[in-house]
Design a protein. Structure first.
Length: 423
């Protein structure tokens, strides 16, 4: 590695004052996953909500998590280069429209490509406004979302409304992308899950959801997560891009073309969000509908923040939000009711940890809230439909509130930058 690349690496990976956090090893991660699954299994046995970890539940959660994860991955690319991308929702909207427009005419994979292009165009516009003209990143992102909403509504009147089976608010039916199921293994895991054994059936349900009726585009989306990690954290290109988000003045002094890397990052960000939109239109529903993104771009941004601007953490956040969203589709009120017990148990564990660290106020508040949730669970059988519908958004707020203390955004994220300003 050259001296300049080593210096850029130091800029991009400079630790925060007070030291960094200890890295999680693979055995620790697997132990945490096993503990979480055991807790879910315990809640399932107590509550009788057997669909909580079923094959269908996991498969549905994965399908709902993918668009959120792609939006979050797009936000990670942009913010690692120092550009806040509030416009992810608008770029997803462009992806849904362009993906459906091309998909119903020339096939689903063409729709996927055009969905990426549509989102990338939104990213390019955001880059021009924020990088070249130094427009406030929030203002630019909101403007792009408003523009995308109006533009797709206008274009639908001249495309989908004139097509057979379409209207001004939806496209004709789009041909589906091939799905894969591993023969034998899928059926065996489904049978094992249906036995409702403690932990074993829950593990079978999770694994079964990963090998049953899986869209090829889902596989592509899942591979983008480790691909992003490798590209941004294991290549010279990634070091330079991340240095632009940490200290662009220092990066420029070392010969990094900061504008170029910011443009690349934001265009890729838009393309990933557009891919998430195309997934919604082509895989999730098979049709474009006005407003079908439903705020997933913003939830993707929340998943990225929850994941501390790292691909693995972002994927965990997207999975959590996708899981809570799928609860209302399978078992609805019963499944969400069981989650009250899960949250209460987690709060008791959190309270114990806080008391151990002698944070008595936080621990006491957590115990009081946990007691309230236990009482709520014990005295009800189902939850109101309004609460069930709001569960994913409540989860988003709670997770961000709990994780806020450990977050560390790129140092130059959202800050204006002009070429040569360090001279």
């Amino acid at each position: 590695m050259s001296e300049s690349t080593s210096t850029v690496s130091a800029v991009a990976t400079a630790p925060r004052k007070g030291g960094g956090r200890r890295r999680l090893t693979l055995p620790v991660v697997l132990l945490v996953i096993a503990g979480g699954l055991a807790l879910f299994s315990l809640v399932r046995v107590i509550s009788g909500a057997n669909d909580l970890t079923s094959v269908g539940q996991v498969s549905g959660a994965l399908q709902l998590a993918v668009p959120i994860g792609l939006a979050g991955l797009g936000g990670l690319w942009a913010e690692r280069a120092g550009v806040v991308n509030i416009g992810l929702e608008g770029m997803m909207i462009l992806g849904t429209w362009f993906g459906a427009w091309a998909g119903f005419q020339w096939g689903p994979w063409t729709g996927v490509v055009l969905g990426i292009v549509g989102g990338a165009l939104g990213g390019l516009l955001h880059a021009i406004m924020t990088v070249t003209f130094n427009v406030n990143h929030i203002v630019s992102g909101v403007a792009i979302t408003i523009l995308a909403t109006g533009l797709t509504r206008y274009l639908s009147n001249f495309t989908f409304a004139e097509a057979p089976g379409g209207s001004s608010k939806q496209s004709p039916r789009i041909e589906g992308i091939d799905r894969i199921t591993i023969p034998g293994l899928s059926d065996w895991l489904a049978d094992l899950q249906s036995q409702h054994w403690f932990f074993v059936s829950d593990l079978a349900g999770v694994l079964g959801g990963l090998v049953t009726n899986l869209s090829l585009l889902t596989v592509v989306a899942l591979l983008l997560i480790p691909g992003t990690w490798w590209l941004l954290w294991r290549t010279a290109f990634g070091l330079r891009l991340r240095s632009c988000g940490e200290n662009p003045v220092a990066a420029e002094s070392l010969g990094v073309n900061v504008y170029k890397y910011k443009y690349i990052a934001v265009v890729v960000s838009g393309g990933l969000a557009g891919l998430g939109g195309a997934f919604l239109a082509i895989v999730s529903t098979g049709i474009y509908q006005e407003g079908q993104t439903g705020g997933r771009g913003y939830i993707g941004l929340a998943a990225m923040i929850f994941g501390n601007w790292m691909p693995g953490g972002m994927a965990l956040g997207a999975g959590l939000f996708g899981f809570t969203d799928s609860l209302k589709l399978r078992g609805g009120a019963e499944n969400v009711h069981a989650m009250l017990l899960l949250v209460a148990i987690l709060l008791v564990a959190w309270a114990g940890w806080q008391l151990y660290k002698k944070k008595f106020t936080t621990g006491a508040v957590s115990l009081v809230v946990a007691a309230g949730l236990f009482l709520w669970y014990a005295n009800t059988d189902l939850l109101p439909s309004q609460f069930v519908d709001a569960a994913p958004y409540i989860t988003t707020l709670l997770v961000l509130a709990v994780s806020a203390q450990r977050l560390r955004m790129p140092k130059a994220d959202g800050l204006p930058y002009k070429k040569g300003q360090g001279k």
